[in-house]
Design a protein around this ligand. Structure first.
Ligand code: SF4
Length: 166
């Protein structure tokens, strides 16, 4: 049953933007609310997945994930996040932090303007590290990026995992 239609030019950003329009109209015009959204990878961006989470809609959508690496160097998954200290621990056992300075204002917004939290190793640690060639061969120090949309991506990943037949 088709409940709503929104035509756009075949531009990915425009197509993805129509989801919000159509879901909004369906929610406003009908007695039921969408519980799930099934779509292709184009819709698997962080902002879209967060928008769905904010609206209580389960994403059955492949996640666009650029955290992996195909050059053999360590991926983000090789770093361990420590919630208590808000740091990543690298395979060499060193800490990657967002800030080395003491924040003057507790509660200061932590992500950068693009919604990314950047954790950096100390240059000194990386320069003398025997793992540097497998970690950051083209940079003086390793950085790990974490998006504020990561929790919403994890929801989509968990749904995709649950859909894989045994
Ligand atoms: S290069 Fe730096 S971040 Fe990478 S494992 Fe070594 S110390 Fe850790």
């Amino acid at each position: 049953m088709i409940l709503d239609v929104e035509a756009t030019r075949s531009i990915r950003r425009a197509e993805v933007g129509t989801v919000r329009t159509m879901v909004g109209r369906v929610r406003a015009r009908h007695v039921f609310k969408p519980e799930r959204l099934i779509a292709d990878t184009a819709y698997g961006t962080g902002p879209m997945l967060s928008w769905l989470a904010d609206h209580g809609i389960a994403p059955y959508i492949p996640v666009i994930d650029k955290s992996g690496r195909n050059d053999g160097t360590f991926e983000r998954a090789d770093f361990t996040f420590d919630t208590e200290s808000d740091t990543y621990i690298c395979p060499g056992g060193k800490e990657l932090k967002q800030y080395r300075r003491v924040l003057t204002k507790p509660g200061e917004p932590r992500p950068d303007k693009d919604g990314i939290l950047r954790y950096r190793a100390r240059k000194f640690d990386c320069e003398i590290c025997p793992l540097m060639s497998r970690c950051c061969p083209k940079e003086p120090q390793r950085k790990v990026r974490w998006s504020i949309h990561e929790p919403s991506r994890n929801v989509a990943r968990a749904i995709a995992q649950a859909c894989i037949p045994d």
